[in-house]
Design a protein around this ligand. Structure first.
Ligand code: ADP
Length: 462
């Protein structure tokens, strides 16, 4: 293709998918192109596998959804820029740009949080020169082209929602059920531990009580820390079925593993207290120094509710704790102690791309930990813009649509302590008076638009 060149962003059309205008970012760092897709559903036969999926082509208009289907040419493991590896469907379809049309391979993934619905990778740009400092070298298109498609808002309808939980009676579960039922949805409580999986390549299923579960429109994972490994497998299976999962398996896993979460946040340049990690006992001294010396906070990687978090006032105490952890073969991190936070931290509750409620938690009795389960008290708080943006960025970096982001106020500005993928509703709702459960259900409504197929399939299975 002589004289054909593209900039770092371009308009294009995917006529085979019924998408007349998309703004794409060129990414020569990626091999294959990627397209935003939700509700990805495999169907067809083993010999002729197909996939159907929904697509919000206009980032600012989640109400405009187009449903597409295509033949699957492959399934491939792809690692995205936030370090998360997922198995993606690969489709082949024509792309049109500047009057030319050629076939390209595209992987399908949820890019809901991304500014560009499509990434154009190297193989799609074979023989085309890329000018990374220029945008729109090819003719621009307009999203108005969607006006000619059926653009009416989908009819508001009852959704079939599953909550994955081992605690059907706890506050968070009860509130989510209440909020969903108030909006005329149907909720089923599924005990994560009683699910078993049928891992077939073209028709993955989750079984429960001797029967395959139906297609749910959405799954709300409330996976406890003790069941992370199995809970992730169940969520992954629902994702493979094309069900909209409020938080994905990989994101839940990354947020549960404090070390992985720190690495991902660091990669996204999100401020955190200085943190060090080491495995060999020989490195105890330098590990403590690396995190700024005593006093120092030592955290078990699997800790929740502040239970595995220790403040060592002196280097000697720190060494003793490190030896004890190492003796137990426990993984831990050493972290700079943010003294000026004085036992307080912020809990920012993120739904979608926004912080919808926030509170400040303070320890009751001089403890440096502010966890409510450990007797801390909470108050409503106005957070700064910097704190709000930081919480939103942290949730997005981990790919979480619902997250409780804990931020500590240090003298050098806010720092993220941790990101929780199943944040409790009781503390935040009671403290702020906000109906967070309703906001979560509204987020699901805005993002779940299953194609007709899904509905017919759900009915047939019953
Ligand atoms: P968990 O996941 O077990 O709740 P956190 O990392 O959130 O562990 O720590 C528990 C509490 O300890 C936090 O809410 C905070 O109040 C306090 N804390 C944790 N890390 C630090 C730190 N580096 N400096 C000061 N206080 C901290």
């Amino acid at each position: 293709m002589n004289d054909f060149s593209v900039g770092w962003e371009e308009w294009l059309a995917l006529p085979g998918l019924g998408l007349p205008a998309l703004k794409a970012k060129t990414d020569t760092g990626a091999r294959t192109s990627a397209l935003h897709a939700f509700n990805i559903q495999p169907f067809g036969s083993e010999a002729n596998p197909k996939v159907r999926f929904g697509m919000h082509p206009i980032p600012e208009r989640p109400d405009i959804a187009v449903y597409c289907s295509a033949s699957v040419v492959d399934q491939r493991e792809v690692t995205s820029s936030n370090g998360v590896t997922e198995l993606r469907y690969v489709i082949k379809t024509p792309v049109t740009m500047g009057g030319r049309t050629w076939d390209i391979e595209i992987t399908l993934t949820n890019r809901e949080n991304m500014a560009y619905r499509m990434l154009l990778g190297r193989t799609a740009l074979d023989g085309i020169s890329v000018h990374p400092d220029e945008s729109f070298r090819q003719p621009q298109l307009s999203y108005d082209l969607y006006a000619t498609l059926v653009k009416r808002r989908p009819v508001k309808r009852s959704l079939r929602i599953a909550i994955l939980t081992r605690e059907p009676n706890n506050y968070s579960t009860r509130r989510l059920v209440q909020a969903a039922e108030a909006a005329d949805h149907v909720v089923e409580l599924i005990d994560t531990k009683r699910c078993y999986l049928n891992i077939k390549s073209h028709a993955p299923e989750v079984h429960y009580d001797g029967k395959p579960l139906p297609m749910f429109d959405a799954v709300i994972p409330r996976v406890g820390a003790s069941l992370t490994f199995y809970g992730m497998a169940v969520v992954r299976q629902f994702e493979a079925m094309g069900t909209y999962c409020l938080n994905g398996a990989e994101s839940i896993g990354a947020s549960r593993d404090k070390l992985a979460a720190h690495q991902i946040l660091a990669r996204h340049r999100i401020s955190m207290p200085t943190t060090a990690f080491a495995n060999s006992p020989k490195d105890t001294e330098s590990l403590i120094d690396l995190a700024g010396g005593a006093p120092i906070v030592l955290k078990l990687l699997q800790s929740t509710q502040g239970k595995g978090v220790v403040l060592a006032e002196t280097k000697k105490a720190a060494s003793a704790v490190v030896s004890a952890f190492q003796g137990l073969d426990a993984n831990f991190i050493a972290q700079e102690f943010v003294k000026e936070a004085a036992g307080s931290d912020l809990r920012c509750f993120v739904v979608g791309r926004r912080v919808v409620a926030s509170m400040i938690r303070s320890s009751a009795d001089g403890d440096f930990r502010s966890n409510l389960h450990a007797g801390g008290v909470a108050k409503k708080v106005r957070i700064t813009k910097q704190e709000r943006v930081m919480a939103q960025d942290a949730a997005r970096a981990l790919g979480l649509r619902v997250a409780g982001v804990d931020i500590i106020r240090s003298e050098n500005g806010p720092k993220v302590l941790e990101v929780n993928s199943s944040p409790g509703l009781e503390g935040i709702e009671k403290t702020t008076g906000k109906n967070v459960a309703e906001i979560i259900i509204e987020h699901i409504e805005a993002n779940v638009r299953p194609p007709k197929m899904a509905r017919q399939r759900a009915v047939r299975i019953e």
